[in-house]
Ligand binder design. Structure first.
Ligand code: NAD
Length: 260
């Protein structure tokens, strides 16, 4: 159980981030929900988690494409909850184009949100974790942190970078009660992937299952998508005391993709 711990999950109004926030709340952690939108639905997520799981939960607007906002998120969470025990760097975006056609502003946005935001939040959170003598940093990377695919230069570069950051932070904090690990999911059915499936169906004229198998599940020997619950369970494990000696590593949940 994570009762009394405070968790912040970046990009947690949808998909994997929301599933992780919900799973941590179910374990008793107070949770900080984040996105950059600040609408009624965002606040309703925090209210629902608080009510359903009997924890404290609050929504924090912060745009992870901006370093100052990422650092400010950590400061705001400390101001609200007085501690930060579990940091899940999850916010992420995708953009697909060949490298010579990749718009530079899209490259900058992907690197800023997927990689630099994790640097900023980690830098801001680590001193608080050191003071407490306990901390968990969980970076939601990707199978694309370990493998490449064409047309995803910024995404693949950002996720490889996240794995590098993970290892460095793990070494710097080793022996201080703080661990830093990365989860590397294969394809999970979230809005981020739904959009890509629809694009591929439109471009190829294939039906949904054929497009899934040709463009996504060709990577998974299991030919099945990863579920949100499977990723969330990994985060709960890494956040717990039984993972105290698991640090600087990657946990792949990818239907066998990286075994090839
Ligand atoms: P999603 O699009 O469902 O959710 C992304 C979340 O990030 C949303 O809450 C969104 O509001 C938030 N977000 C986007 N830009 C933001 C910004 N500038 N500031 C703050 N929040 C922002 O995506 P998802 O599929 O759940 O992806 C979550 C993470 O998991 C990403 O890092 C992604 O790279 C990674 N991942 C996803 C898959 C997959 O198949 N879906 C696989 C491997 C890794």
């Amino acid at each position: 159980m994570l009762t009394g711990k405070t968790a912040v999950v970046t990009g947690s109004t949808s998909g994997i981030g929301l599933a992780i926030a919900e799973a941590l709340a179910a374990q008793g952690a107070n949770v900080a929900i984040n996105s950059y939108t600040d609408n009624e639905d965002d606040h309703a997520i925090a209210a629902r988690l608080a009510e359903q799981h009997g924890v404290e939960a609050a929504y924090f607007k912060a745009d992870m494409s901006k370093g100052e906002a990422a650092r400010g998120l950590i400061d705001d969470v400390i101001a609200r909850f007085s501690s930060i025990d579990i940091l899940v760097n999850n916010a992420g975006i995708q953009f697909v184009a060949p490298v010579d056609e990749f718009p530079p502003e899209k490259w900058d946005a992907v690197i800023a949100i997927n990689l630099s935001s994790a640097f900023h939040t980690t830098a801001e959170a680590v001193p608080h974790m050191r003071q407490a003598g306990w901390g968990r940093i969980i970076n939601v990377a990707s199978a694309h942190g370990l493998r490449a695919s064409p047309n995803k230069s910024a995404y693949v570069a950002s996720k490889h970078g996240v794995l590098g950051l993970t290892k460095v932070v793990a070494l710097e904090e080793a022996g201080k009660g703080i661990t830093c690990n990365a989860i590397c999911p294969g394809y999970v059915l979230t809005p981020l992937v739904e959009q890509q499936i629809e694009d591929r169906m439109r471009e190829s004229g294939l039906d949904r299952r054929a497009a899934e198998l040709k463009f996504f599940l060709d990577k998974h020997p299991s030919e099945q998508f990863v579920t949100l619950g499977e990723v969330a369970a990994a985060a709960v494990y890494l956040a717990g005391d039984m993972a105290a000696q698991v640090t600087g590593t990657t946990l792949s949940i990818d239907g066998g993709w990286t075994a090839r």
